[in-house]
Write a protein that binds this ligand. Sequence first.
Ligand SMILES: [Zn+2]
Length: 460
Amino acid sequence: MLFRLIWLVVFLILAAASANWLMSKPGQMQFEWLDWRIEIRSSLAVFLLVVLCVLLVFADRLWRRLVTLPGWLGRNIKQRRSAAGHKALTLGLMAVSAGEAGEAKRQATRAQRLLNAPQLTDLLSAQAANLAGDLRAAERYFRSLTKTQDTAFLGHIGLARLAQEKNSPDEALRAARRALSLKPKSVMAAAQVLHLEAALGNWSAAAPALEVMIAAKDHLGSENDTPHACRRQKVALAYLQAKSFFDGVRGERVPGFISEKEAARQLRLALATDPGFWPATVLLGDYYLQSGQRRKAAKAFETGFCALPHALLSDRLKQVWNITEGAFVAKLIKLAGNASHAHTVEAETLAAKAALAAGLEGEARRLLDGIVEVKRDVMTWQLLARIAEIAEDKTAAAAALRAAGGAIRPRGWQCQTCHVMSADWHSHCYSCNGFATLEWQRPDHLTPMGLVGDRTADNL
Ligand SMILES: [Zn+2]
């Protein structure tokens, strides 16, 4: 403002000075045109010339503004419509996130009327319809997406999700497979295919999808698809493929089922990925035993026992070694010494259990006493109580049982998603239906409500 005022004062001073200078200069100008003759002072002529120039500039500006007025008005209206449309779109999306179906639908209609962006407004309409329970509108939208090359992938992914919501696994699988065929490296599509194939029990068909997920560097899927979960799923798929063969389809030429050689290879693959997955050890060892490969069976059970000691494995070892009770106990104690560091206590407890079963209480006591108290689990204390009972030491037996009540819980199959415990291993969690979520571990984040048929202690 101050700058403008200064400029105006300077301009007036310069104009006055110029006018004064012109007035002080005498002179006349004369024009003759047709029958006209004009005589004026030179200073007045200069003044009139300046006024004429100013008028010309003003007229030019006015003309330009008049010519561009309709376009300017049109642009202004368009901008206002676009702003109102975007506002409706934003409000509609906010209503969707807040779960307000009616408001979302109202804003979607408004956005559709104001904006010329069908992919955006249709998405809002589909979301609003979905929220209001109208799955058909959402399906129409995703189908329209599948028709354009750029959006076809997302369209199929959306259709697969909708089909899952409608509980149509076959339809969902078809859509997910199409999405994966469009983007063969997509983790999102591969995860959908994996979980859908697994839900239908198509283990060998699920395996390639899992490979895509493992090969991907960034895991954008759910928490169930982290690299650790992928490893667990790999073990489960290999084991399940082999199990489907050994469970009764042996020899049958059914598409999707594998050969005996392939079944054994899958079990070895599962154990190479996770040597502690004892159901695979039991299945592989039993297969070797049945096909007369006793030495291979012994090796499989011994490796499995060292990786993760389990009562079933020590039972199998007794069978496969085929030696006297005393020799078996001695050999098992020696093997327990080779168990992985994290599982030494469990291996020694199982060796003590075998010693007790063979009537070698002294040996069992020696082994159990060697385990420090803080590391003793329920089974360790129960065995100590049993030994005290045999020695008719009621006080020591009662103390051991009391200690067992507060000791570390034995391992069981625990779901990594919902933390529910399960007595046996299943491909899918009985509680949350997650695929390959069970892990053999000591109970973690467990509430009493979460225990499903706690037969784990019996298994041990
Ligand atoms: Zn679960």
